[in-house]
Design a protein around this ligand. Structure first.
Ligand SMILES: [Fe+2]
Length: 288
């Protein structure tokens, strides 16, 4: 089975959303839709979603599934707004509960998780006439999931394009050794498998790319190509992660994405707020 894949790159966050379908008029899955969000004004917008909605309309697609590969830290999910306009079942890994518990002392996440469906390991499901599998890929976060739909593999942040390597493992619950095992498992799939990534940050001189193959990854991925050992990967990943900044949208993204794409509940005054926890560690030491 060779599904059609239409991809949409959000230049602000570097996120790539994908629509997987079996042709005009078929049932589709939308993977990792983006809700644009301006932190300074607290204003969401739907410019990214509008491009997805336009394609769905042009192709007369029926939205069967809205699939999240993980709880993204760099953008807000557009799943709820997409569902409101076109329907669909919002789904991710059942291990999202692990990520929610890691953030539960930071944010009030006592309400329902907001997803319509939580996949167990290797769970199979259908998208119209297409069969899909949710493959656990922990490491970047505990709840990362790849989706294998026909010959198309949607890897989330488990792999980037070969010249960019892999995603960071320093978020709560992340683990480089675990990511290495997840990657090697994906790289054992047939070499012709098409691989669609969730992000691209192209270096100067190359265009945005978001499709590669298992063969390309095994030959050329700068972090995990064949021949790179687990210990080499863990040492590289750990050192590199120490140099990375906190993502600009981390706190708004977590407050929305751990609720399945829903905004935080209203305060008593009827307004919704994003909360930013203050890191007070600089006050702990007294130099005198
Ligand atoms: Fe991510």
């Amino acid at each position: 089975m060779f599904p059609h894949v239409q991809s949409f790159h959000d230049a602000v966050t570097g996120t790539v959303s994908h629509i997987v379908h079996a042709g005009a008029g078929s049932t589709c899955a939308v993977i990792d839709p983006v809700l644009d969000y301006d932190t300074a004004s607290g204003r969401p917008s739907t410019a990214s979603l509008d491009r997805i909605l336009a394609f769905i309309g042009e192709q007369h697609l029926v939205v069967g599934w809205i699939l999240e590969t993980h709880a993204h830290a760099d953008h807000l999910s557009g799943a709820v707004e997409l569902k409101r306009r076109r329907g669909g079942t919002i789904a991710t890994s059942a291990r999202i509960a692990d990520v929610r518990s890691l953030f539960s002392t930071t944010f009030d996440l006592a309400d329902e998780h907001g997803f319509d469906c939580l996949f167990g390991p290797e769970e199979a499901f259908t998208i119209g006439t297409m069969t899909a599998h949710a493959i656990p890929t922990p490491g970047h976060t505990p709840a990362d999931t790849a989706y294998l739909i026909g010959d198309a593999l949607f890897v989330g942040d488990t792999l980037f394009m070969p010249d960019l390597g892999t995603a960071r493992c320093d978020f709560p619950g992340g683990d480089a050794k675990t990511l290495y095992a997840s990657v090697r498992r994906l790289l054992a799939l047939p070499e012709s498998t098409r691989v669609f990534v969730c992000h691209d940050y192209p270096p100067a001189g190359r265009d945005v790319r978001f499709e590669t193959t298992i063969a390309e990854q095994r030959q050329h991925n700068i972090h995990v190509r064949d021949g790179i050992s687990e210990s080499e990967f863990v040492a590289m990943r750990t050192a590199r992660d120490l140099t990375l900044k906190v993502p600009a949208l981390l706190f708004p993204a977590m407050q929305v994405n751990l609720r399945g794409g829903r905004l935080p509940a209203s305060d008593d005054n009827g307004r919704r707020y994003m909360r930013i926890p203050i890191d007070e560690s600089c006050f702990a030491a007294d130099p005198s």
